[in-house]
Ligand binder design. Structure first.
Ligand code: RAM
Length: 366
């Protein structure tokens, strides 16, 4: 990656219309944790088919729960899904993982859902590449008695039982802008380097970033472009290079993806922009440690992916055991993680993320 090829750049005007639509959807999603609503009324009964929860039901053992991430070869999902595997092991159930290699292989993800349905797994935990594309397949899975949990990136509420969210989508979007604002003294041109253009989670956060930027304290900060690296290291590297070439006054970048922020840090670190152009977003401490230590990055944030995977596993088992159905107000135990309550639109929140910087990064190993 030291001699990057010219960037295939989605020009601002070309991406504008699509983005506007995506962001409108994202903002319409309410602060419920990153979901997009079906145009039809979403009520709990669409998800729960009128079933009643039995909080006292015994936790079932011997279940098969499949994890279907956006992308199997993404280290973030490796950690998240390992967390799911460990939790299932402790619960006496079986874990399996399957999924596409690319974060833009939406039709591939649909096929994996169909295969898991045919295999009659008890539950699946899916991180959706696209909010709508999986809906029909997931509804079919639910009709066949498979419990469907989304984690990390949601589909529409009616197409799954519960969404296990990494932490409030609104807070995540706003705090990334706040972090960059502090680092830039609230001045200068900024860009976003995102993942796939369809990703529900990134698009929801970006919607809240744009809203945060409307506040008066950001009046001297201007978002000049949103680029997409598709959670591919090389594409993200090239997109970073392109952003800097096309916006010579660029002062900062927010990358709300672990693949994107790592590639951007790698590019900045070997360039004249190191320490000058600020970079923040969502990254793993293991990926970002060296860039924090060499002065490329001041601070960034993330939740613990292993805990997210574990919570998804506990949610899947609680659904399969009949302890919850996906209705607002139902509660369940997630082992060491504690008790959780299902919120609006069937969303369960893991909790607040951690901000990492020079002072604390060595305390975290993931
Ligand atoms: C990438 C993926 C994932 C997102 C993290 C922050 O690994 O896009 O969906 O939650 O970044």
């Amino acid at each position: 990656m030291s001699t990057p090829a010219p960037r295939r750049r989605p020009a601002a005007h070309r991406t504008g219309a699509v983005l506007a639509a995506v962001v409108t959807l994202a903002l319409a999603a309410t602060a419920c944790g990153g979901t997009t609503k079906d145009s039809a009324k979403d009520d709990d009964s669409a998800r729960t088919s009128g079933a009643k929860a039995d909080p006292g039901a015994k936790t079932k053992k011997g279940l098969t729960v499949a994890f279907l991430p956006k992308q199997v070869n993404n280290p973030y999902f490796t950690v998240a899904d390992k967390g799911g595997e460990k939790a299932l092991d402790e619960l006496g159930s079986t874990y399996k993982e399957t999924g596409p290699n690319s974060a833009t292989d939406t039709s591939g993800q649909v096929s994996y859902v169909n295969t898991l349905t045919q295999q009659q797994v008890d539950a699946m935990a899916v991180s959706a590449q696209d909010p709508g594309a999986l809906c029909t397949a997931l509804k079919q899975a639910m009709k066949n008695g498979v419990k469907v949990v989304t984690y990390d990136s949601d589909t529409k509420p009616a197409c799954r039982h519960v969404f296990v969210s990494q932490s409030g989508a609104e807070a995540l979007g706003r705090t990334q802008v706040q972090l960059l604002g502090e680092q830039l003294d609230y001045k200068g041109e900024i860009a976003i380097l995102s993942a796939a253009q369809t990703a529900t989670n990134q698009n929801t956060w970006i919607g809240f970033m744009k809203d945060e930027l409307k506040k008066p304290k950001y009046k001297n900060m201007k978002l000049v472009e949103t680029a997409y690296g598709n959670d591919d290291a090389q594409q993200s590297f090239q997109q970073t290079q392109g952003l800097l070439q096309e916006h010579p006054k660029l002062a900062g970048i927010i990358s709300p993806t672990t693949v994107g922020i790592k590639a951007a840090a790698q590019y900045l670190s070997g360039s004249k922009y190191k320490g000058k152009v600020r970079l923040t977003g969502l990254g793993t401490p293991n990926d970002m440690r060296k860039y924090v230590k060499n002065g490329t990055v001041e601070g960034f944030e993330l939740w613990d992916p292993a805990k997210l995977g574990a919570l998804a596993a506990h949610t899947a088992v609680a659904l399969s055991s009949g302890q919850i159905t996906g209705r607002k107000g139902e509660t369940f135990s997630a082992g060491d993680l504690g008790r959780f309550t299902i919120g609006d639109d069937g969303v369960v929140d893991l909790g607040a993320p951690t901000v990492f910087d020079k002072a604390n990064i060595d305390k975290y190993r993931f």
